[in-house]
Design a protein around this ligand. Structure first.
Ligand SMILES: Nc1ncnc2c1ncn2[C@@H]1O[C@H](COP(=O)(O)OP(=O)(O)OP(=O)(O)O)[C@@H](O)[C@H]1O
Ligand SMILES: [Mg+2]
Length: 583
């Protein structure tokens, strides 16, 4: 509890003023809400004693209306301050969680389901907001109501007040226990809901696979099973929630009969309790019923809120494995292209993926990398942009270990066209200009689109460069997507340009057009081209051939052909395929 308050205080602090005004308004509201029954009691007594006449009846009435009006206005103020602040706090926390999410390693997102992460950003955040808003607000409001009510009740009659007072912990306890059962069942239902969201999300994203394999029925069946379980869990939840109301009514009824029994005798005896006072007491008691229920409810909001907060904290406390640290030298402000891998190895669970790899790539030159699928080509790139760290060895740029470069600088200077490009649901122009500052980028966008042979395609789009791409750019063909990603990398004018199999989906003719344009772009920068099609390496200065994480051949395209090894063999086969295609 204390931990939660400590954690959350920084968020609360910013809205201190709102909370203070809110609390003040709650005091006013509680005072006047409990005043109304007292005035009603006085009115009844006046009626009974024959003191009520045409003149002063209006006085009584206006007092009652006035009290209720003031309390209502105070409540509006509470909503404007305290409850509004709770939304602001939810916004602040969401922003922090999102910001933190984006700092985490790519690896984290591979290990966690998107559906789960979304639940945290929605359901958990909402539970935390309930804690800041309704829970704090009702907690204070109820406490004040109790204080004022009991104050007024004790002033009327001590014995009756004691009976009522003793019932408070009883009601709260019973309710809290019941709500705990409800909460457990609620969690089970939420968990299932999370499963359903995760499955839907995966199905929507993978809809091509589902349809392509013709397994819609199987997926629909899987979904029904999940859905049935969800209904079951919800019914189970309802069964626990259902009796709460009736039980509460019963308890309140019993207490009320006790009060009437005892109070009625006091009034009849004509002792120290007038009929007006008794009525006021009963009215006050009835107004206390909700606060008593509220206490159990609030205890629950606190419980839910703290569970959710702990889950969010788990995210906020996950440190990215790769970030700027004590090795970072912030004086480094630029990167040129001299790249050196020194005895670099990479292991996953004891499995060597890269094995004692050494090579250099002088500034301004181009390097080709080829090799069987799974031979470790993409890993070399991931190491260079520090998406992963080597198990041993060093990677240097201009003789400086890449660990010393500020991470943002390193990644900003590397223009990477990934193997599986991701496009945002945005216009094609915005997708291309994604990595550069906002502004009028149209001319630049068109220029790079030309380089990657995309401008003709774009001309045919319904709204040209303003054409929107669906989620993940579904309206584009594989080759168009690759070229869009390539334009996105080139427009940033990176020092080091990397194409990871970025031409695999374009035909050979387009490929050679793009490559000759790229030769122009790559003239003064260091570039790395990964490809399976050896025609991509005609103009590269050097090519590495990778097999099981080792360099098995290296040299220029011509040298490798002369060597008559794996490279030459693949080249012959690709030539043959090409001839067959053209035949
Ligand atoms: N996070 C990981 N955990 C375990 N193994 C991994 C991980 N990432 C990559 N690998 C393995 O590392 C090896 C090299 O992968 P890499 O992606 O570099 O291959 P590649 O040469 O780029 O292949 P392709 O031509 O198909 O793109 C593969 O066997 C892959 O399964
Ligand atoms: Mg790869």
């Amino acid at each position: 509890m204390k931990q939660i308050i400590n954690d959350l205080y920084p968020y609360l602090k910013r809205y201190r003023k709102d909370y203070l005004i809110g609390i003040f308004s709650l005091v006013i509201s509680a005072y006047f809400t409990t005043l109304a029954p007292a005035i009603i009691g006085q009115t009844i007594d006046a009626l009974k004693n024959g003191d009520l006449n045409n003149q002063n009846v209006w006085l009584y009435v206006s007092k009652i209306v006035g009290a209720i009006a003031i309390s209502s206005i105070a409540m509006i103020l509470v909503r404007r301050t305290m409850l509004a602040a709770s939304w602001e706090i939810q916004f602040d926390i969401r922003r922090d969680v999102f910001k933190h999410f984006s700092k985490l390693d790519a690896d984290y997102f591979d290990r966690n389901r998107v559906g789960d992460m979304l639940t945290r950003l929605t359901a958990d955040l909402n539970a935390v907001r309930m804690l800041f808003g309704p829970a704090i607000f009702q907690g204070i409001s109820i406490s004040l109501m109790m204080i004022f009510s009991f104050y007024r009740m004790f002033k009327i009659n001590a014995a009756l007040s004691l009976i009522t007072l003793i019932s408070v912990p009883l009601v709260t306890f019973v309710l809290f226990m019941l709500m705990r059962i409800v909460h457990k069942r609620y969690l089970k239902s939420q968990e299932q809901f999370s499963n359903i969201s995760a499955m839907s999300q995966e199905n929507f994203s993978g809809i091509r696979v589902v349809k392509g394999f013709g397994i819609e029925d199987r997926e629909i069946h899987k979904f029904s099973v999940l859905n049935d379980e969800f209904i079951k869990r919800n019914l189970f939840l309802t069964r626990a929630e259902g009796p709460i109301h009736s039980l509460m009514d019963l308890i309140f009824g019993v207490i009320l009969s006790l009060l009437v029994l005892l109070g009625g005798r006091y009034v009849l005896k004509g002792g120290n309790l007038s009929i007006g006072e008794f009525s006021a007491f009963i009215l006050l008691y009835q107004r206390l019923q909700w606060p008593m229920i509220g206490l159990g409810w609030i205890a629950n909001l606190f419980q839910r809120g703290s569970t959710s907060w702990n889950r969010l904290k788990e995210i906020l406390e996950t440190e990215p494995a790769i970030s700027n640290d004590e090795n970072t030298n912030y004086d480094l402000a630029s990167i040129k292209g001299d790249i050196e891998f020194k005895n670099v190895s990479l292991e996953f669970n004891g499995q060597k993926v890269l094995d004692d790899l050494s090579f250099t790539l002088p500034e301004g030159q181009s390097l080709g990398i080829t090799g069987k699928t799974g031979s470790g080509k993409t890993m070399i790139i991931s190491l260079l942009s520090r998406i992963i760290e080597p198990s041993s060895g060093e990677i240097l740029i201009n003789g400086i270990d890449i660990k010393e470069y500020p991470l943002e600088l390193l990644r900003r200077k590397i223009g990477l066209v990934p193997q599986e490009p991701y496009l945002f649901s945005d216009t094609i122009a915005d997708n291309i200009a994604y990595g550069i500052p906002d502004g009028d980028n149209q001319a630049k966008v068109e220029e790079v689109a030309k380089i990657v042979q995309l401008s003709d395609d774009i001309k045919d789009f319904p709204e040209g460069y303003k054409t929107s791409l669906g989620e993940r750019g579904v309206t584009l063909s594989g080759g168009q997507r690759q070229r869009t990603a390539m334009a996105r990398a080139i427009i940033r004018d990176p020092e080091i340009l990397i194409l990871d199999d970025a031409l695999s989906a374009v035909d050979t003719q387009t490929e050679s057009l793009i490559l000759s344009n790229l030769a122009e772009v790559a003239k003064n920068r260091t570039s790395i081209i990964i490809a399976h099609r050896l025609s991509a390496f005609k103009n590269t200065d050097k090519v590495l051939v990778l097999d099981f994480g080792k360099i098995v051949e290296q040299g220029s395209h011509e040298e490798l052909l002369e060597k008559d090894g794996w490279y030459a063999d693949i080249d012959r086969r690709q030539q043959l395929e090409k001839d067959l295609e053209n035949a």
